[in-house]
Design a binder for this molecule. Structure first.
Ligand SMILES: Cc1cc2nc3c(=O)[nH]c(=O)nc-3n(C[C@H](O)[C@H](O)[C@H](O)COP(=O)(O)OP(=O)(O)OC[C@H]3O[C@@H](n4cnc5c(N)ncnc54)[C@H](O)[C@@H]3O)c2cc1C
Length: 415
């Protein structure tokens, strides 16, 4: 793989960019791989990458039914933070956040990580207490956050209206090294690095069946034929239940549409990410100047990947109380993704009832920020057939044993 560098850009600039090689190969599947990852979203690609980088396992295929990054990875609002309440969550999200800091250098691809800071607004007394508690927990976990008062919020976000009629801003949980990254570039960077290690990234290849023998995985059936493997990682977000059904087990996951929208581009007016969890809206400004707005999930299970207009209306109506300037913007486009929700709003990184099958799912509305940490932990699990310290708490058995990692009550929202 030829390295991207300032010299490469200058050279290609002089010859009309005719010399760039394809970023990743498009091979036909082999008969057998040591490991197969289903799903070329960020989590699947990161799993493959760390299987190669950390464990030297490179006879690996990543199978994707559509195009890589075309699932939730390419549809999210890219918020990165690690200010979670529970210790296992803080550990894996902070690992991920730290890996984002050096991802561009590591993958030799500019993923535009922008640690511009994230504020979670406290707009009720309950939220003030909740976020103060999270700030204390984060201090013990080694995650740098602080609870800030309304004046500091106004300083950081000049366009905010502090004295909203229903939800005045009483303060916020501030993580200065939280931020955003370019979602497509994260997927492309991992794909390019995997391909360079000799792995096969196979797009337009839907897994349609899973063969097992004596409780052990044997092969997958795909739209491009049968492929044998001894290790199978299911990393398909909203489609996890479908894949689990193919292997003969069930997952405690519900799939719902989550949606987002962007406004027309405007002059730079906000250089931090703001989350307003009480009214359930969150906001950042993209490099192009669009206000990127995330909303809530549909209240019913579905696979539509579209979202609904009443949610757009609800989200914008609620946000306008805190950001009156939004009322003057035209909204440009809206889209949805199918997210995989667990009961405790924490992920599943686990062995399964079938030997050699592993599942990485349940990141729900907040898994973009976790991609590198999740891939790191999942590769550990797949390579060693046992969870390492980052994944240990996220096994499937926690639902049977009642050991929930409850982030739903703690955060109320998880983007
Ligand atoms: C609107 C929206 C906003 C969000 N905002 C944020 C945010 O601000 N911050 C944050 O951290 N997270 C956010 N998220 C959540 C985040 O996007 C996801 O948690 C994360 O991208 C999941 O990545 P993934 O790799 O697991 O899944 P995906 O990117 O969905 O990848 C799974 C892949 O599996 C493929 N697949 C499915 N079935 C099959 C099959 N049978 N065979 C082969 N391939 C298959 C799919 O085509 C897909 O490409 C948001 C999500 C949405 C929808």
């Amino acid at each position: 793989m030829r390295r991207y560098s300032v010299f490469a850009i200058a050279r290609e600039g002089l010859r009309y960019h005719a010399g760039w090689a394809r970023a990743w190969a498009s091979p036909t599947p082999k008969r057998r791989y040591d490991a197969i990852v289903v799903g070329a979203g960020g989590h699947g690609l990161a799993t493959a990458y760390y299987l190669g980088k950390n464990h030297g396992l490179t006879n690996v295929a990543v199978l994707e039914k559509g195009w890589l990054g075309g699932g939730n990875t390419g549809r999210n609002t890219t918020i990165i933070r690690s200010n979670y309440l529970q210790d296992p969550s803080a550990a894996i999200y902070e690992k991920a956040r730290a890996l984002y800091e050096t991802m561009s250098q590591d993958l030799n691809m500019n993923v535009m990580f922008s640690p511009r800071g994230v504020i979670m607004l406290a707009q009720t007394r309950h939220e003030v207490r909740g976020y103060q508690r999270t700030a204390h927990a984060n201090a013990l976990q080694g995650v740098k956050t602080e609870f800030i008062g309304p004046d500091r919020v106004k300083q950081l976000v000049p366009i905010i209206e502090l004295s909203g009629p229903r939800y005045p801003v009483l303060g916020g949980l501030w993580q200065a090294r939280g931020g955003t990254a370019r979602h497509d570039a994260v997927a492309w960077g991992y794909a390019r690095a995997c391909s360079a290690m000799g792995m096969d990234i196979i797009q337009n290849c839907a897994v349609t069946g899973i063969e097992t023998e004596a409780g052990q995985v044997k092969a997958v059936n795909t739209s491009k034929g049968r492929i044998e493997t001894g290790k199978l990682a299911l990393v398909v977000a909203g489609h996890s239940s479908e894949l689990a059904a193919m292997a003969g087990f069930r997952l405690p996951i519900e799939s719902v549409a989550l949606q987002a929208l962007v406004s027309e581009p405007i002059e730079p007016c906000m250089d931090v990410v703001v989350m307003a969890n009480t009214v359930h809206g969150y906001l950042s400004q993209s490099d192009k100047g669009e206000m990127v707005i995330g909303g809530g999930t549909d209240g019913f299970n579905n696979y539509t990947q579209r979202g609904s207009f009443h949610h757009v209306e609800e989200t914008v109506r609620a946000l306008i109380e805190t950001f009156p300037m939004l009322s003057r913007l035209r909204m440009l486009r809206q889209w949805g993704g199918i997210v995989d929700m667990t009961g405790d709003r924490s992920p599943i990184l686990s062995k399964t009832p079938v030997g050699g099958i592993y599942v990485n799912a349940g990141w729900g509305t907040g898994g973009f920020k976790a991609i590198p940490g999740s891939g790191w932990a999942m590769a550990d699990l797949v390579a060693k057939d046992a969870p390492g310290p980052l994944a240990a708490a996220f096994g499937l058995e926690r639902f049977r044993e009642g050991r929930f990692i409850d982030e739903s009550v703690a955060a109320g929202v998880a983007h």
